[in-house]
Design a protein around this ligand. Structure first.
Ligand SMILES: *Cc1c(COP(=O)(O)O)cnc(C)c1O
Length: 360
């Protein structure tokens, strides 16, 4: 069996060790004679798996006790709706920063439910930088201030976070959660779809300060009410049990790697190799301001677009998969999340160098 290097933006590569463990436990989990998929979510075995996953995540991210950790369904996109429903009334002010495709989607959904203000945007330069927080036109009475720390499609990332004062800072961290340490106490809420850096699709994490929940507006669907989920330990209904279990295996893998400090160091090394190669080449280019380049998603273009198909074909033949850029931006994109080993980045650079030499 050969494992290819999968550069997909999501659902993304998972650590081989985690998949091997899941394989070994697939038919008979720890001598119980059944798969985790077949267990009652209310049974003692799965409750243990669920609790351990939460405990490991709290330890990895150093999540303070006054934050709820929710294991939900519906993807990050559902949180675009759940967030205003839980934290704001129909006419309440909510502030958003626009740094790319995912911010725009969050803004569009919230605009149906609250008084949205776009307090800063880098749309004018094609999202090549993160607007300087000192210039944001924020409102002191906003219910929250929403940011997207890592724009998965544009490859744009924050390198520091604003001081939001008393306004809770909310972050859609779908594509960079667990890639480096973060001070959770600076945020009111952090959410992320699992399929980039946590586990398989179908699971969504919400980490929210408990004093912010419990006031969901009238008419909020019960499945979107954070307080209901918190009270039921994310088991108001049947949770995505297998995805929760796999996320737990990923958390344990991260702890074995040395935690988020160690991952950050590895991620910085991987990204800096790839960006340096792109910058030194006259054939490949990345448009993002170097200070705001994502460590997780590296978009790049070829000097001649008509070579794109040949580039992708050659890559696939070498086991370098899913390098095609998002349809909205074109070109290429290499997503190099936690599970992408450094050798995968080396193999990509090696291929890119050879391609340039031959065709450039
Ligand atoms: C992938 C992604 C989403 C959408 O996630 P779904 O789980 O598919 O809803 C939202 N925001 C960001 C930053 C993403 O990368």
């Amino acid at each position: 069996m050969t494992r290819a290097y999968n550069f997909c933006a999501g659902p993304a590569a998972l650590p081989a060790e985690v998949l091997e463990q899941a394989r070994d436990e697939m038919l008979d989990w720890q001598g119980r004679g059944l798969s985790v998929m077949e267990m009652s979510h209310r049974g003692e075995a799965f409750m243990g798996i669920a609790e351990q996953a939460e405990k490991d995540l709290r330890e990895l991210m150093n999540i303070p006790d006054d934050y709820a950790v929710l294991f939900l369904q519906g993807g990050a996109s559902s949180q675009f709706s759940a967030l205003p429903l839980n934290l704001a009334g129909p006419n309440d002010p909510v502030d958003y920063v626009n740094t790319g495709v995912w911010s725009r989607k969050a803004i569009a959904e919230a605009a149906r439910m609250a008084d949205v203000k776009e307090v800063a945007s880098s749309e004018a330069d094609g999202y090549a930088h993160v607007p300087d927080p000192s210039q944001w036109q924020t409102r002191d009475n906003a219910r929250y201030l929403h940011i997207t720390p890592n724009e998965t499609i544009g490859g744009l990332a924050y390198n520091r976070f604003p001081e939001a004062g008393n306004v809770p800072l909310v972050a859609d961290w779908s594509s960079a959660i667990l890639s480096e340490p973060v001070d959770v106490s600076r945020f009111g809420m952090i959410y992320a779809g699992a399929q980039k850096n946590i586990g398989p699709a179908g699971l969504t994490l919400v980490i929210v300060r408990r004093d912010l929940i419990g006031n969901a507006r009238e008419g909020t669907p019960v499945m979107m009410d954070y307080a209901v989920a918190d009270k039921a330990d994310s088991m108001y209904n049947t949770p995505p049990t297998y995805a929760w279990y796999l996320a737990g295996l990923v958390f344990q893998w991260l702890k074995r790697q040395g935690g988020l400090e160690a991952m950050a160091e590895r991620n910085r090394r991987k990204a800096s190799k790839l960006y340096s190669f792109i910058d030194e080449s006259a054939f490949y280019a990345n448009p993002v301001n170097p200070e705001n380049r994502s460590l997780m998603n590296v978009p790049f273009t070829l000097a001649d677009d008509s070579l794109n198909a040949a580039f992708l074909e050659g890559a696939e033949a070498r086991g370098l998969l899913n390098l095609k850029g998002h349809r909205s931006v074109g070109g290429m994109r290499a997503s190099i999340y936690n599970a992408m080993p450094e050798e995968g980045v080396d193999a990509l650079i090696d291929y890119m160098a050879g391609f340039e030499k031959e065709k450039g």
